[in-house]
Design a protein around this ligand. Structure first.
Ligand code: ADP
Ligand code: ASP
Ligand code: MG
Length: 406
């Protein structure tokens, strides 16, 4: 067998406890015995990152982003050291590193930093010595030596970026399900595993809430054409390949349904209806780095209008504060907020050439008496904002309506 360089990434669920860390070590040892070169990227144990965020919020509801990165990066530092120890116990030579130690250099946009370059010489040296190299996912360092993180789910990005930099033969993402499914199998047990999916569809599904892969990691994989194999750390089965092009015998219009419960809605009432007002409202948000998602402006009566938009829950407190200030400045009315919303979406490249998908989606939701509050579309997706209490029911209805169930 030829010697390959394989990048493996193990998510938090794969290293949630001692037994699982030992299981990962055994799997890595198996590959090593087949004389492959291995770089292993690891996430923080289980829900560590969520717990650290919760802890920080008890101290300060709007913590400094630099200090957040300092805090969150500790999660991955724990798991790499423990995995190295587990491998040593199996007699495998392994060495763990932080992102900074393996030269993952980023810009300074804390909590969502972008990788500028990777100085991977240290990794190459260790691989030459025959060691398994274990890298802390989700983190990097700025040119001025500040620790950064790469956005939630960012270990996927670490793995893809290393696969590109090291020209790896394979990039495997290990998680707690057997691959990418037609929808979240935890919500709909009838969801089917997809054998292969294009970068474009996966990117859309990830951006719309399928947290199984981080959206930015797919962007990078697409840019540099890095094939990704998503599979389970608990079984030997093949998972899903994420690649440039998938040839299907038949037309598939909708390939997946996604759900995102991590958004909140803000509505500004009685906004004066004249040119330049929307620009003023959204300028403050954008200059604070807040990403506004769906925007809906209602029909204008009596020269004033209501404007609603969504933002991620993480940015919601800051967005609400800025919007209240802006609403006052432009002479608008009340600012209302709703944190009990969910976004359900259908995704598929087939939508480019097939019509009627939106009508079918709205009809399915209406039959279940689920009210649609906002709608947005792209080339290959349609999303509806609905009340959170209907979220799971909506996913199941759409999954069956579009013929995706087993
Ligand atoms: P990890 O800890 O490995 O990073 P995540 O929790 O981030 O794992 O992602 C895996 C989870 O993503 C699965 O357990 C599943 O519930 C969820 N998920 C959401 N949508 C999908 C989908 N379309 N296919 C597979 N898993 C999905
Ligand atoms: N631990 C980080 C997170 O929970 C990164 C990752 O899991 O990929 O977002
Ligand atoms: Mg993940």
């Amino acid at each position: 067998m030829s010697r390959k360089l394989i990048i493996q990434k193990y998510g938090g669920s794969s290293v949630a406890n001692v037994e699982r860390i030992q299981n990962v070590a055994k799997r890595v040892a198996g590959y090593k015995k087949n004389s492959h070169n291995l770089v292993v990227v690891v996430s923080a144990l289980g829900d560590t990152t969520d717990e650290l965020i919760e802890l920080a919020s008890k101290i300060n509801t709007e913590p400094s982003e630099r200090e957040m990165d300092m805090l969150l990066s500790t999660g991955e530092q724990i798991s790499v050291a423990l995995l190295a120890m587990a491998l040593h116990k199996l007699g495998i030579e392994a060495i763990s590193f932080t992102g900074a130690q393996v030269g993952i250099v980023t810009d300074s946009s804390h909590t969502r930093a972008r990788i500028i370059k990777i100085n991977a010489d240290r990794i190459r040296d260790e691989l030459k010595k025959g060691r398994v190299v274990i890298v802390a996912g989700f983190q990097g360092v700025t040119l001025t030596q500040d620790i950064t993180t790469l956005g939630r789910g960012g270990s996927d990005l670490t793995a893809v970026a290393l696969a590109k930099e090291l020209k790896a033969d394979e990039c495997e993402i290990y998680t707690d399900v057997e691959g990418i499914y037609t929808t979240d199998p935890r919500i709909e047990p009838k969801a089917k595993k997809i054998d292969a999916i294009t970068y474009d569809e996966m990117l859309e599904m990830a951006s719309l809430g399928a947290q199984v892969m981080q959206a930015r990691s797919i962007e990078v994989a697409k840019k540099f054409d890095v094939p990704i194999h998503v599979r389970s750390s608990f079984s030997p089965n093949c998972g899903t390949m994420i690649i440039k092009e998938v040839k299907r015998m038949e037309d598939v219009v909708v390939s997946g349904v996604t759900l995102n419960k991590n958004e909140a809605k803000i509505t500004i009432c009685n906004v004066p209806d004249r040119p330049g007002i929307a620009a003023k409202l959204f300028k403050g948000l954008s200059s604070s780095g807040i990403n506004v998602d769906m925007i809906v402006q209602n029909v204008s009566h009596l020269r004033s209008t209501d404007i609603s938009f969504t933002v991620s829950k993480a940015e919601f407190p800051k967005a609400l504060r800025i919007t209240r200030k802006a609403a006052k400045a432009i002479g608008a009315g009340d600012v209302l907020d709703d944190q009990d919303i969910a976004r359900v979406s259908v995704v598929g490249v087939g939508m480019k050439t097939h019509s009627g998908v939106a009508a079918k989606m709205f009809d399915a939701l209406a039959k279940d008496k689920i009210n649609i509050e906002m709608i947005s579309t792209s080339d290959i997706s349609i999303s509806c904002i609905i009340q959170k209490k209907f979220a799971e029911a909506a996913v199941k209805t759409l999954h069956s309506k579009f013929g995706l169930a087993k």
